[in-house]
Design a binder for this molecule. Sequence first.
Ligand code: IMP
Length: 199
Amino acid sequence: MPLLLAPGTTLVAATHNPGKAKELVALLDGRFTILSAGELNIPEPDETESTFVGNALLKARHAADLSGRIAIADDSGLSVTALDGAPGIFSARWAGPSKDFAEAMAKVEARLIESGSDDRSAWFTSALAVAWPDGPSVVVEGIVRGGLVFPGRGVHGFGYDPIFVPAGHDQTFGEMDPAAKDAISHRAMAFAKLKAALF
Ligand code: IMP
């Protein structure tokens, strides 16, 4: 039997970030009521897996089992070819405790210079997982490929957006109109796959 999510279902977003929970509601076209793990006092698990898919599944499973409700989780990040995929699942951690992405982007640039490679290709990944309490789970992955530029450009978006130029475009994600980014982003690709799988 296919796994289906009926509109109006209450989902737990496995995040303590209210912004992320809000973004999930928008990306799911407001079809569901979303409670965040933070609101339910469900602690965040340690992200102990080595892949985006593994960490998304781990977070969704944890929130579903502790809340008794269907849970959704994401894990995302930037991977750089010449750095063997780093920062990858450590993308948020490269910004340090103060979440300083200027520092994280400078670290990417310094590591690239150290590597001696001219290859500036990179990609963003978004893994999305939905887990049923005591039941199955579904995970999908969206990817957008592109290249890195230094110094970064643009004021939109977040994280590593100023240094990432998606393939086939001239502007960085930081320069693009947010709606234009949303149309081609790794997150949009992952949500399209999730919707195709579950709705
Ligand atoms: P997460 O919240 O653990 O999934 O961390 C994802 C991290 O990857 C974020 O803190 C950002 O640094 C980075 N990241 C993921 N998606 C994007 C994006 O669309 N633009 C810029 N940075 C991103």
